[in-house]
Every structure is written in structure tokens, then in C-alpha cells.
Design a binder for this molecule. Structure first.
Ligand SMILES: CC(C)=CCNc1ncnc2c1ncn2[C@@H]1O[C@H](COP(=O)(O)O)[C@@H](O)[C@H]1O
Ligand SMILES: [Zn+2]
Length: 347
């Protein structure tokens, strides 16, 4: 397979996306619509996206999110962004998506509760429009907010967990990993867990976080975001392996954010060789100018995966979703229906 044929194979492959931050997933087309609504902000596209071949420091990446948040500060913006992002994932062949986003009170008058309601409305409208994708939502805790904001977000998640008809499934812990300490979030995260919410935590995204990682692994989380530096501690690897905690691996994000130097050195290789569960994900498809099909293609090239291996990766990811057993079964049936076509393309 070469060039366009290859990319078509990865597009046609039914996929599960488990690690996508809403405001990091905004495409160029949607960004243009948002910028046209707010010309006074004078934001240029280069300020919100890292193009092919470019890299940024972690600090510069988090600066980009501050700029993006200025552009998405009303309910109309959040509704537009949610619907566009969902439709773009569907066009890329994603059949099941767990979106995550940090509820925000904005100067434009949006409240955290209204923020969540708007995202859920976007998901509902896409369903009514029969977009071919099953979408669920995780509320994100930004480390910058500290324990009090975390408690508020957990409370909101608990409320929507009960009322959203299985749309809200859990929580994410994210934000600048150099800010705060995991211990600040143990109590609210533990409480969330006891309420039945699932936990997807960014862990060991930067070096020297072994102490924090070990503490948070004690919850334990249901999935780990990135886990880039987990493998620097044998003890931590043992804990993760023993509990079979799936990882969410985001290759382009790690390269462009410079926590990993080259594709071949990505920790995909380490966990793949251990046969440990993981799912390929995009993280921020807008900021990092990628798509899930592109991430599968990058992994296949860097780690020499056959189309069968690639198929297995996408099929296995169904088991790592936070969806009910029934939803997982339906997805597996869907995958089997789509399988022959996919392989006709591959051969
Ligand atoms: C800087 C870099 C390399 C980013 C990739 N890795 C990330 N690590 C931690 N938190 C993140 C990352 N990407 C996005 N986020 C979180 O997602 C938010 C944007 O999406 P949202 O507003 O929650 O809808 C950011 O403000 C940040 O809190
Ligand atoms: Zn992330």
C-alpha cells in the first residue's frame, strides 16, 4: 500500500477515539468561523495550530489553549465546536468517541453547568441528524484549578451521570503537568470513583513524576493518558501491568510537544511488545493538525504493523471504552460487518 491508498485504508478502518480534548480538536475550518465571529480578538490561525514539521515547548502549547479559550466563550461557540468536532471524527471513520472538556465559567456569561449542557446538546443534535458515531462525554479537571474547582467538577459530573442517560461516563485529569500535585485531587477523584464515574488520568506526561504517578495509581484510574515516562520506573510498570490499566497513546501530540524525540522512540513500542492494552488517540487533533487515521498510519509505519495488526488494535480498543457491555457488543458487531471491505482495500 502506498500514498493515498494507504491513507484510505486507515480512514475506512472503523476506529474508537478515547482521548480527545474538545477545545484542542477544533479544525481549521471551524476556527475560521469562530475568528470571523470575533475579529476584535485579532487571532491568527498560526496561534492555535502547530503545522506539519513544527514543534513547540509544553509551555507554548498550553499558551495556545489560553488563546483558543478566548475564542470559545459563549454557548453558541461551544455548540458549534462540539457539532463540528463530532462530524469531523465521524468523517474520519471514528464510530465511537469519548470527548472530554473542562467546564468553564466565562466572562461572556457561560456557567460550568451550562457549558456541560451545551456539549450534551451538541451530542444530542448530532444523534438526531443521524451522524454515524456514538459519542460520550467525560468532564475534565484542569490541574490549574486546584482541589476546589476539582470538587465542583466532580459534583457536576455526578449530577450529569445520573441525568444524562449514559452520555456522561467519567472524569479526566489534565492541564499543565508542571502545575500542582496529584495529591490535591485524590479526595475528589476517589469520591467520583465511589459514585461510579470512570477515571481517565493524564499520568507521567513529563519526567520525574514517579511519586505523583504512584499515588494516583492507588485510586486506581480506569485509563492512563499518555504515560510517556511510566517506563522509567520498573515498579510503576509492574503496577500498571498487574492492573491491566489501558493507556491512551497520542503519538503526534508527544512529538510536537517534544516529550518524545522521534516516532521510533515513542513508548508505543514498549507497551506493544509487552502486549499491554492501549488505544491510539489524537489528544488535540486541531492543535496538532492530525486525525485518528493519520495516527494509525504513523504507528503502522514506525512499528512495522501489518493491516491485520492495525485491525486488531482498533478492534481491541472497544474493550477499553467506558461504555456498557451492551454498547461494546454492538460495536464489535459493527466492526465485524465492516471488516471485509476494509481488508479488500488493504490487499
Ligand atoms: C501541551 C501539550 C503538548 C498538550 C498535550 N497534552 C495535554 N496535556 C494535558 N492537558 C491537556 C493536553 N492537551 C489538552 N489538555 C487540556 O485540555 C484543555 C483544552 O480542552 P478543553 O478546554 O478541556 O476542551 C487544555 O486547557 C488542557 O487543560
Ligand atoms: Zn490529553
Amino acid at each position: 500500500m502506498a500514498g493515498e491508498d494507504a491513507l484510505q485504508f486507515y480512514r475506512d478502518l472503523p476506529k474508537v477515539e478515547l482521548h480527545a480534548h474538545l477545545n484542542g480538536s477544533i479544525s481549521t475550518a471551524t476556527m475560521k468561523k469562530l475568528m470571523a465571529r470575533k475579529p476584535h480578538l485579532d487571532i491568527q490561525h498560526g496561534m492555535t495550530m502547530i503545522d506539519k514539521g513544527q514543534k513547540r515547548t509544553l509551555e507554548e502549547c498550553f499558551q495556545m489553549f489560553r488563546i483558543i479559550h478566548q475564542i470559545t466563550d459563549t454557548a453558541e461557540d461551544i455548540l458549534l465546536v462540539t457539532k463540528d468536532v463530532i462530524k469531523e471524527f465521524a468523517t474520519d471513520g471514528v464510530k465511537y468517541l469519548e470527548l472530554r472538556s473542562t467546564p468553564r465559567d466565562t466572562p461572556a456569561g457561560l456557567t460550568k453547568r451550562a457549558y456541560v449542557e451545551t456539549v450534551l446538546e451538541g451530542i444530542k443534535q448530532c444523534k438526531e441528524e443521524e451522524v454515524d458515531i456514538d459519542v460520550r462525554f467525560l468532564l475534565a479537571i484542569d490541574r490549574r484549578g486546584g482541589p476546589s474547582a476539582a470538587k465542583e467538577t466532580v459534583k457536576l459530573a455526578e449530577d450529569f451521570f445520573c441525568s444524562s442517560n449514559e452520555l456522561v461516563l467519567g472524569l479526566d485529569l489534565s492541564g499543565d503537568p508542571t502545575v500542582g500535585h496529584g495529591r490535591d485531587f485524590m479526595e475528589p477523584l476517589n469520591k467520583a470513583r465511589q459514585s461510579g464515574l470512570k477515571l481517565a488520568l493524564h499520568l507521567s506526561e513529563i519526567p520525574s513524576q514517579a511519586e505523583e504517578t504512584e499515588l494516583l495509581l492507588g485510586l486506581p484510574p480506569d485509563r492512563i493518558g499518555h504515560g510517556t515516562f511510566l517506563s522509567t520506573s520498573d515498579h510503576i510498570v509492574e503496577i500498571v501491568k498487574k492492573q491491566h490499566i489501558p493507556l491512551e497513546l497520542c503519538i503526534t501530540s508527544n512529538i510536537k510537544g517534544q516529550t518524545v524525540s522521534t516516532y521510533n522512540e515513542h513508548h508505543f513500542g514498549f507497551w506493544y511488545n509487552l502486549h499491554h492494552p492501549f488505544a491510539l488517540c489524537t489528544d488535540d487533533k486541531g492543535v496538532f493538525a492530525t486525525d485518528l487515521s493519520v495516527e494509525y498510519e504513523i504507528a503502522a509505519k514506525a512499528f512495522n504493523l501489518s493491516p491485520h495488526h492495525v485491525w486488531d488494535l482498533s478492534y481491541q480498543a472497544i474493550d477499553y471504552t467506558f461504555a456498557s457491555a451492551g454498547v461494546k457488543e454492538n460495536l464489535k458487531e459493527k466492526w465485524m460487518l465492516l471488516k471485509p471491505d476494509v481488508f479488500r482495500h488493504a490487499l
